[in-house]
Design a protein around this ligand. Structure first.
Ligand SMILES: *Cc1c(COP(=O)(O)O)cnc(C)c1O
Length: 350
């Protein structure tokens, strides 16, 4: 007899990480190309001298700094080993086996995996034909068994954002004992004035949490740190299911330094925003369909041609993220990287 592993794990979809191909341009994982902010590298170096000690379990300095920057009480803040860990903590803390987690689909590929690992049931709600979240359909999908609804805005991988008014209307239809999680991994790249600010929504709604991360705009994907702003008893529950010390000391120091570097961050996001406009406009000109984007990536709904487009990009030394049969997600990089992508896109005839 061999050791028995949960049989249902065999049916779990695997999380597909963006590939790194030496010699190729990687536009597959929505990272920022320019590396961490210089002031943050300094903080990382400094923190490295202290790694023989366990990290601060409560991430006190980071939590205090977040509280100050966002003007929220520390009791409403929980940190996690990337915001993907916080997604898992939320499901773990709120769902018992058989409870339902509702999310849009296609959306962040971790949602179905971590829902099923927790023993909860996933309820996928199709996007609209315009690749946008469908708030009415999300509200319709809520049942007495629903404990959590993930609302990814801007949505990964389609890059579209909900508008504030749509979110208000949606929330007015959600029972007050169901947690709505606004996953705002790309919030720093948003420039649509009608887009919601998740932190503001957490002030006005007692059943809303907002997730943010240092992985994307701040350039700390390799260090793994994110945070949730949530009602105090939810934040407390998230801390209870937190794996002890999982946000390491270097990550905590880097996150604190990142919050101090607001001007640098803004300049950097502005470059990404202007490049995404250029990339999208040129792709449209080349005849591609490209939904409006509020993130640091574009979505190409290529359907059955997605695999061929992916191959073509690989042959042209660009790594993108393909969702076979559905579409391709392409990260906006530096102007030089984007030019490589655009020339590959121009020579694609599949
Ligand atoms: C990238 C991403 C995350 C998580 O990033 P972490 O690196 O775990 O902080 C969460 N949600 C969405 C939608 C993402 O795209």
């Amino acid at each position: 007899m061999s050791v028995r592993v949960r049989a249902d794990l065999d049916s779990l979809p695997a999380y597909v990480a963006g590939r790194t191909v030496p010699g190729s341009t990687k536009l597959a994982s929505n990272e920022v190309s320019r590396g961490p902010l210089p002031s943050v590298v300094e903080a990382v170096t400094h923190a490295a001298h202290g790694v023989h000690r366990y990290p601060d379990m409560g991430a006190t300095e980071l939590v205090d700094s977040l509280a100050k920057h966002l003007d929220v009480a520390t009791e409403r803040i929980a940190v996690g080993c990337g915001s993907v860990a916080l997604c898992q903590q939320i499901v773990q803390a709120l769902c018992s086996p058989g409870d339902e987690v509702v999310f849009p689909w296609r959306s962040f590929e971790a949602y179905p995996i971590l829902t099923r690992v927790a023993g909860a049931n996933e309820v996928r709600v199709p996007l609209t034909e315009d690749h946008e979240l469908d708030p009415d359909a999300l509200a319709d999908a809520i049942t007495d068994n629903t404990r959590v609804v993930f609302v990814c805005t801007p949505n990964n991988p389609t890059a579209t954002t909900l508008h504030e008014r749509q979110l208000e209307e949606f929330l007015s239809r959600v029972p007050s004992d169901v947690l709505v999680v606004l996953d705002e991994a790309y919030r720093e790249f948003v420039d649509d004035p009608q887009a919601p600010d998740g932190v503001e929504f957490t002030r006005r709604w007692d059943n809303v949490a907002c997730l943010r991360t240092f992985s994307k705009a701040y350039g700390l994907a390799g260090l793994r740190v994110g945070y949730a702003i949530a009602p105090p008893h939810v934040a407390e529950a998230l801390r209870k299911v937190y794996i002890p010390f999982s946000v390491n000391a270097v990550a905590q120091a880097a996150a604190v330094a990142s919050l101090e570097a607001g001007d640098e961050l803004e300049r950097r996001c502005a470059e990404v925003v202007s490049e995404r406009t250029r990339v999208r406009d040129q792709l449209l000109e080349l005849g591609y369909r490209v939904p409006p984007t509020q993130a640091n990536f574009v979505w190409l709904p290529l359907g059955e041609r997605t695999g061929a487009f992916n191959e073509h990009c690989l042959n042209n030394r660009v790594v993108i993220r393909a969702f076979p049969g559905d579409g391709a997600r392409v990260t906006v990089g530096t102007p030089e990287e984007n030019d490589i992508l655009l020339s590959a896109a121009a020579s694609f005839s599949g």
